[in-house]
Design a protein around this ligand. Structure first.
Ligand code: PMV
Length: 327
């Protein structure tokens, strides 16, 4: 008998990059989820398997042994999950062997927070299997620690959205604040398939800012105004304004040099197909773009992005954070 838990992926709706300079960003949980199944084993091994990445292996006495796929890649993916499991076992107070199977519908390394969603799902599944009393704050704290072990200094926004769901306003000095948004925010997400590094893109923006401070400072202030205006538009369900603001936000990011040809193709295709607005999401330089469209236009925008060479899917905002699916 196993326990399954799941957690959602995220998109940054507004404010990426500017958030690094202390400005607010708006982040949404989307209805693409990562699933984790936890089962007890008779021995003390921690056995991990990722169905979608075709990776499997186990930790025994701290040593990793690969059973499927590339050993280095498997260790890199599983190490943070081991850390999360150990944290839950610490609260449980007893070391037990476990089988963990991860099955995620979230594209990997595309800026959608797949690793945080997986970590939150694994934490919740193991917690529920062992009857460990854990609040959402506990799940957040543990999955944040797991993220930190891979990413160095992440903002924590990915594990927060994966754990709590919904729409969050995030700012470096004040942290997360849930936004009570009733609007649907119908999005199409287009994945360029171009791998990018958040670190490289953040450094690129810093270079432009250092070279042209008086040009870039007003852009940063504009990004703040976009977010403030977007909060009102979200509350009023004013999709047209949201679309305009997405286009303006994208222009700023483009000006800073973090868009690329692959993103521009998909963004232009989405706009031509009737999207209300489109922008890159996350670090840029590849990865994903998002387009906002009226419900009846979503399919058209989806097809246009696909014709332009992107892997696309329709995504809705979800208020459901981490949850146990089945006990
Ligand atoms: O693409 P992601 O999910 O790694 O998002 C990066 C967001 C940035 O604002 C560019 C960097 C950051 O740490 O906030």
């Amino acid at each position: 008998m196993g326990v399954i838990a799941s957690a959602p992926a995220k998109v940054i709706l507004f404010g990426e990059h500017f958030v690094v300079y202390g400005e607010p960003a708006i982040v949404l949980a989307i209805d693409k989820r990562a699933y984790a199944k936890a089962e007890l084993r008779d021995d003390k091994r921690l056995y991990l398997r990722s169905v979608n990445l075709n990776l499997a292996g186990y930790f025994e006495n701290g040593i990793f042994n690969v059973e499927q796929g590339n050993a280095k890649e498997a260790k890199l993916k599983f190490e943070p999950l081991k850390l999360a499991v150990e944290k839950v076992l610490e609260i449980h107070g007893e070391n037990v062997g476990l089988n963990i199977e991860v099955n995620s519908t979230v594209p990997v390394a595309a800026g959608l927070g797949s690793s945080a969603a997986v970590a939150a799902a694994v934490t919740a599944a193991v917690g529920a299997l062992l009857n460990v009393k854990m609040s959402k704050e506990d799940v957040f704290r543990i999955s944040f620690e797991a993220e930190r072990s891979v990413h160095g200094t992440p903002s924590g926004v990915d594990p927060a959205v994966s754990t709590f769901g919904g729409t969050l306003l995030f700012q470096m000095d004040t942290g997360f604040k849930p936004l009570d948004i009733k609007a649907d925010v119908p999005l199409v997400i287009g994945d360029t398939g171009v791998e990018r590094s958040t670190r490289v893109q953040v450094a690129k923006v810093r270079g432009v800012r250092d070279k042209y401070p008086r040009v870039v400072e007003p852009m940063i202030r504009t990004a703040r105004e976009i977010v403030l205006r977007a909060i009102d538009a979200l509350k009023e369900n004013d999709l047209e304004t949201l679309g305009d603001l997405m286009n303006i936000n994208h222009a700023l990011l483009c000006g800073l040099g973090v868009s690329d040809e692959s993103l521009e193709w998909l963004i232009n295709a989405a706009r031509k197909a009737g999207a209300l607005g489109a922008k890159l999401t996350g670090a840029g330089g590849g990865g994903c773009m998002i387009a906002l469209a009226e419900n009846e236009r979503l399919e058209q925008v989806l097809e246009a992005i696909q014709r332009a060479g992107g892997r696309a899917f329709i995504a809705k905002k979800t208020d459901e954070g981490v949850r146990v699916e089945q006990t």
